[in-house]
Design a protein around this ligand. Sequence first.
Ligand code: HEM
Length: 162
Amino acid sequence: MTLPGEEGRPTLYDWAGGIEALGRMIHVFYDRVEADELLSPVFGGAVTAEHRDHVIAWWSEVFGGPTRYTDELGGYPHMVAKHRDLSITAAQRHRFAALMSLAADDAGLPADPEFRAALVGYLEWGTRLAMANSQPGADVVPDAPVPRWGWGVAPPWIAEDS
Ligand code: HEM
């Protein structure tokens, strides 16, 4: 599926380097989480291989890659249920977003401003939703499609005569 307005552009998934590159980012990220005093307790001190695998599938699908999270891993309702009642604090959310941005550097993801703006845009949106949905008594949307993220207003530059 091509997102409206994104015709002729590569997906963020392909631009990132596919599942290998996103997998590197997620593993580096959770290694950092396990060593982080604010985040480690939220994950019970360790992030399992299964959790890492599922989150790699999530990011791949959001960025326009294979739809395994929807097809095999419970889709959006499963993801939302995992965040309920975690009571994520503003400091934890901010640390989560900061560590993912660092992990993108560590994992050698493309460093062009356009790709990183798209990645951080999704990260900011997703972490704020996760924090809101994690509060006790939150009015959560229980079912929705897995989101699809695109380049938005800053796609890669392609000269008109090329
Ligand atoms: C862009 C933001 C985020 C994304 C894309 C995301 C993605 C996910 C996904 C896909 C799962 C379910 C994995 C599965 O299917 O087993 C999950 C679970 C979880 N997430 Fe997030 N998450 C985000 C933000 C956060 C934040 C900000 C925190 C806490 C600071 C957090 C903590 C957790 C925890 C503790 C679990 C459950 C682990 C378990 O018990 O299995 N997430 N997340």
